[in-house]
Design a binder for this molecule. Structure first.
Ligand SMILES: Nc1ncnc2c1ncn2[C@@H]1O[C@H](COP(=O)(O)OP(=O)(O)O)[C@@H](O)[C@H]1O
Ligand SMILES: [Mg+2]
Length: 324
């Protein structure tokens, strides 16, 4: 698959930024796999620089984006790819994921002229390697370490040999990139906040370039709300909502803060949902605090009763009389 390279202005990513980065001309054969950009998406500058550095080289290593849930790891990749016209294939990691879900397996397919025959159906990783896409393995730390260890050869840049398909050899395309995301830097999780994460084989983590992604800063989160709900959400309300999210994060036991007590946290995803629900119900006749009603549906219904109470208390104290 050949895609024409094309310089893309950095100002597409960060308003006012000078310079260009290498991407692809739009309208290529794999266009249907290029993600759609979200207007108003705010690129985190440091992580963006790391993404460009990684995408710019093709020496086999993978990129591991590590960070708390809902902070923007997956969307960072999709938003960058959208603007570079880089096709993406994506798989969500889970505890029972098997290699054939990545590479492919024999399956029954219709043949021309009627009937059906078993033939090899390539999986998303094999496709990405062959055609030159970005392959995203989300939540890689949920995988069985035996499976992730099996990815070693690919992360070393070696060709993929598919025994099941008559020994087919897939030489990685120069545009192929492997990016994984997860909540821990492959070290498992000893805070108890991320159930199901498994300590990954260190040799295998060695094949990854690790980049930490955090929640956006308060300024940026305010801009995200502003861009997303342009003018619909009162600026002071947005500011206070972001402050509530940050106060909850400080109390989250996954942050490493001594004395933190909450077992759920407040992701950027949850923040956006809170604003969405609030706007949705703004004209509904709801008794009591609409902020609280929306917050319950966005987050605190999932919390234990005493944690819900603690989070609502944070909201009340930050919003003051505006909470009612
Ligand atoms: N910088 C940002 N600008 C705009 N929206 C963002 C940003 N970061 C995260 N989001 C939004 O937050 C939500 C969660 O992001 P996601 O990438 O799915 O998180 P993660 O992969 O870390 O769990 C998405 O709806 C995304 O659009
Ligand atoms: Mg994700």
């Amino acid at each position: 698959m050949t895609m024409q390279t094309q310089k893309i202005e950095l100002s597409v990513f960060v308003p006012g930024a000078q310079g260009t980065v290498m991407g692809f001309a739009p309208g290529h054969e794999l266009s249907s796999f290029v993600p759609k950009p979200t207007t108003g998406y705010q690129f985190p500058k440091t992580a963006l620089r790391d993404m460009f550095a990684f995408l710019g080289r093709a020496d086999g290593d993978g990129l591991f984006l590590s960070g708390p849930t809902g902070c923007g790891k997956t969307s960072l990749i999709l938003e960058v790819a959208a603007r570079l016209n880089w096709p993406v294939r994506r798989v969500n990691g889970h505890a029972r994921l098997e290699v054939h879900e990545l590479i492919g397996s024999m399956s029954l397919a219709p043949v021309k002229g009627g009937g059906a025959a078993t033939r090899f159906q390539h999986g998303p990783l094999a496709m990405a390697m062959r055609e030159g896409s970005i392959f995203i393995l989300d939540e890689i730390d949920l995988l069985d370490p035996a499976i992730s260890a099996g990815l070693n050869a690919i992360l070393e840049g070696n060709p993929l040999v598919i025994a099941e398909n008559g020994g087919e050899v897939i030489v990685p395309h120069p545009n192929f990139r492997f990016i994984a995301t997860g909540n821990t830097a492959g070290l498992g999780d000893d805070t108890g906040a991320y159930a199901g994460t498994v300590t990954q084989n260190l040799a295998y983590m060695d094949r990854f370039w690790v980049v930490q992604v955090g929640y956006p800063t308060q300024d940026v989160e305010e801009q995200i709300l502003e861009a997303r709900f342009s003018g619909l959400l009162d600026q002071r309300i947005a500011t206070s909502m972001v402050r509530v999210a940050n106060a909850v994060r400080e109390q989250f036991i996954g942050t490493g803060n001594a004395g933190a007590t909450l077992s759920i946290t407040f992701s950027t995803r949850t923040l956006i949902r809170w604003a969405q629900i609030l706007l949705h119900i703004s004209r509904s006749p709801i008794e009591g605090s609409k902020l609280e009603y929306a917050l319950d549906r966005a987050l605190t219904m999932r919390a234990r009763p005493h944690e819900r109470e603690a989070i609502v208390q944070i909201g009340r104290s930050i919003f003051g009389s505006a909470w009612t």
